[in-house]
Design a protein around this ligand. Structure first.
Ligand code: AKG
Length: 250
């Protein structure tokens, strides 16, 4: 069971989880995403987003993967045991209970030189459904620092719940926040080694910068919510009990 100070998590809305992912699983994940990034085609079921260029590289160079979605639903035999081994399922049971379920599992791949920013946002503000008690665990799969786009978040930004988001000029992906305009604390930068993770509350405001470095910055996020809540609705829901049942891969 990962060591978590639940009081500081409740106060700040985030918590560092050093060394959550074993080296072997971190390498396995990087190889998986690098292979997809190098492939000509990605199955539609991953709902891929790209940062630059096009398929044949005629416009702005070869396209690079920005985001992959629905990892656990696409490959439960790979990701299920890896998530269980990391201990995130224990955190979900502790924070939510046996009724917890995975509702999102995605990779944010921020490729070298062309990886674009993720504007400051609260996850719950961008979701179609309300996800009671939801929290995210974001795994660093490479070093993560401001030098490669990093990851940052505003401590305490979850405390007041939903903050109205606005469309942002020149940012195409989703509405966002501005720490100063929205009265949030100056975001802190997370400096992470491969295998480290950060967990955060569904209302914790976070984002990342463009990656202008020569190195890819790879991250993977899993989101748990309370599927036992009578109000629970989801596009995808993978119950904790089904995760635990998945056969271990060698
Ligand atoms: O990986 C990133 O750069 C941003 C991650 C994020 O915004 C999220 O997981 O909600």
């Amino acid at each position: 069971m990962p060591d978590i100070d639940y009081d500081s998590y409740a106060r700040d809305g985030h918590h560092l989880l050093p060394g959550l992912l074993a080296d072997k699983d971190q390498r396995r994940a990087v190889e998986f995403f690098d292979a997809f990034d190098a492939a000509d085609e990605v199955p539609d079921s991953y709902e891929a987003e790209y940062d630059k260029g096009d398929a044949d590289g005629t416009e702005g160079g070869p396209r690079r993967l920005r985001k992959l979605r629905r990892l656990l639903w696409n490959d439960p035999e790979l990701w299920g045991p890896l998530l269980v081994r990391s201990g995130v399922t224990d955190i979900a049971r502790r924070l939510i209970g046996d009724g917890a379920a995975v509702v999102f599992h995605a990779a944010f791949l921020k490729p070298a030189r062309v990886g674009t920013e993720v504007t400051l946002h609260q996850d719950q503000a961008l979701w179609t459904y309300q996800y009671p008690k939801a929290f995210s665990v974001w795994f660093a799969l490479t070093p993560v620092s401001p030098a490669n786009g990093g990851l940052f978040g505003s401590p305490g930004s979850h405390a007041g719940g939903h903050i109205p988001h606005r469309e942002r000029p020149h940012y195409r992906w989703h509405p966002g926040l501005d720490a100063a305009e929205d009265g949030l604390r100056e975001p802190v930068q997370f400096e992470l080694d491969p295998g480290d993770a950060v967990m955060w509350d569904r209302y914790f405001a976070h984002g990342s910068a463009a990656n202008t470095s020569p190195h890819d910055r790879r991250g993977m996020v899993v989101v748990f919510a309370d599927a036992s809540d009578p109000e629970f609705r989801a596009k995808d829901s993978f119950p904790l009990a089904d995760l635990q049942d998945l056969r271990e891969t060698p």
